[in-house]
Design a protein around this ligand. Sequence first.
Ligand code: 6GU
Length: 225
Amino acid sequence: MRIDIISVVPELLESPFQHSILKRAHERGLLEVNVHNLREYGLGKHKQLDDYQFGGGAGMVLMAEPVANCIDDLKAQRTYDEIIYMTPDGKLFDQKLANRLSLKENLIILCGHYKGVDERIREQYITLEISIGDYVLSGGELAAAVVVDAIGRLIPGVLNDETSALFDSFQDNLLAPPVYTRPAEFRGLKVPEILLSGNFPAIEEWRYEEALKRTQERRPELLDE
Ligand code: 6GU
């Protein structure tokens, strides 16, 4: 998978994909993330990117032309499955959407900034608008990093048996069960006996029950879906 991220603050996206699982995805040739500095498409000698909004009102708006030129350049090089715009009024991101996007070949992610981007870009170019939750961030970069992380680890071949996504929280609308490692007793606190039993069918059953209990307590609405 190739992901092209368009940003006004590319510095924010320098490190997030260079560690851990996404680093391995890159090393295995399964994920390539390219960050594009929108400033390079700015207009005039000041490389202008934003302007006041028509009709008045506080806050600047990302101009259509620099964004259109940047996307046009990318589209001239390959076909994109989705052109995503990160915005708090987008579709709420969840594991289901992450699963769907993890099967795509080429994605563009445009990071929102200021008051947002000129509506004509959203109408003419954007195929999917994503929000990562009901709160406002100062820009779309951190949200884009969240989306790329969630998608990247799901790309076939990125995770191995040990890190398998099959048992993640949300993968089956259940939160994950509790986990323990050595020592079997820590400051008088014991690991549940069943986990030491070697009875793997019984352990699986225990984990399922714990996941169900945890979901019922913390996120009962997940069980209705
Ligand atoms: Cl995608 N962008 C911004 N600026 N704020 C957000 C968001 C995105 N998702 C939740 N809050």
